[in-house]
Design a binder for this molecule. Sequence first.
Ligand code: AMP
Length: 542
Amino acid sequence: MLGLMQEWPLVCHKIIDHAARQHGNREIVSRTVEGPIARTNYRNIRQRSLQVAQRLERDGFKRADRIATLAWNGARHLEAWYGIMGMGGIYHTLNPRLFPEQIVWIMNHAEDQALFVDLTFMPLVEKIAGMVKSLRKIIVLTDAAHMPATALPNVVAYEDWIAEADGDFAWVDVAEAEACGMCYTSGTTGDPKGVLYSHRSNVIHAMMAAMPDAMGISSRDVILPVVPMFHANAWGLGQSGPMIGAKLVMPGGKMDGASIYELLDTEKVTFSAAVPTVWLMLLQYLEQNDLKLPHLNKVVIGGSACPRAITEKFERVYGVEVIHAWGMTEMSPLGSLATMKPEYAGLTGDALLDIKQTQGFAPFGVEMKVTDDENRDLPWDGKKFGRLKVRGPAVAKGYYGGAGKEQFDAEGWFDTGDVAHINENGYMQITDRAKDVIKSGGEWISTIDLENMAVGHPDVAEAAVIGVAHPKWDERPLLVVVAKPGREPTRESILDYMKPRCAKWWLPDDVAFVKEIPHTATGKIQKMALREQFKDYELPAA
Ligand code: AMP
């Protein structure tokens, strides 16, 4: 017998309809590329999204067309998202930090038909547009007064373009399983792979993200999504923000300490989300200028492992709660968050920080397990680490075009490529990427654990650990360090600092000092490049 409840498709335009109806006056504040701070609200965002949808349709774009965006976080970008989805199209976020050739490859693979672009990226678009065969229209997210001169055909100013539509448009009646968004993973090996979100997965993910034990956000929050919309959907905040009716503060292209602080302060931001690098810049700026954070309650930190020192400083010096989170583009992206279960009530000091260092537990909607090399489940004992696998309604079941089939199994589990353990309370801790883990004498050494340890040293700004060939142990860890400005830590002082903090056989065999550690377009350490750089490195004899 079927239930007698309504079929109410989980489609994304319902999110912006709800925001406009229930929270219509709530502000969306953007630092524009043109310079000034712009203010709008959910009612206007919805109206202008309708104009975008209507205009796209009038220009001949159709359901399931991939429409790319190359833009910072801002109100116009959000309007473009909802407009594209509302006409049945698929927004395809491009990461401007990728090499131009990669962006061209991705756009051709996705067969993008149109592109919404911020002024910042017009020089890039000038170079690449001719190489994207499918591209028919370029909409520059600005007004006529700020339009740059361009020789490219079919380029329009966004404000002029939408002004030609009145917004009298009915959202296209899509099914919830239809695709609405797309994002390519910045794979360190092989070609990038396309993740294709559905209306349903985006709506479910937004609800999941907002739950109290996940991000725990509400209409009373003022949210600053520093994490870009082109990096895994701004961790869902472009959907969960309007869904709960929070005020949004969009930082545009400026993510340095001073710019972020200015927005936190003037807009009285209560909640923010970003990768560790952004927070490091902010904390440095606060220290240098003797500033406090009276409005900010909570920050979510993820994308790569959050150094303990960041959590400690936020919580103890600035009174800001830190939630360490883990996720992937393939997971929409949230997978787990380290909020505190009652089992940990009353924890203080280092014991509390230990739990906050984990990547936390999976909310409803994410199933998780760790397996050994024979695909046997490992116990949740907080020790045995293996391959981390996940499944759920907002987890990919394949890549666009059928790439990467080996990552999905018959029972629906997706192999994340991360190595982790899970403790008795469900708290997962990433110990490595499967391809980065160091195998020394048949045992695994976690490079992330060692890196976290090393950055606790007062003179270390950044650290990366890689495996270097060793005649007896196969591989041994080499610690690569960037010193803090003006500091000159020695090999001995760093190893002495780490000695009491790790197993004896985990201690790196040597320390190499470098000016800079290479990063990927999403801010992760490029271990492959480092391994290449140090492939002939000779470790000192034991
Ligand atoms: P992306 O799809 O670019 O978001 O990258 C996903 C990958 O980033 C994951 O598979 C992890 O390897 C890494 N990652 C994300 N969050 C964390 C975290 N909190 N700690 C450690 N690694 C993380």
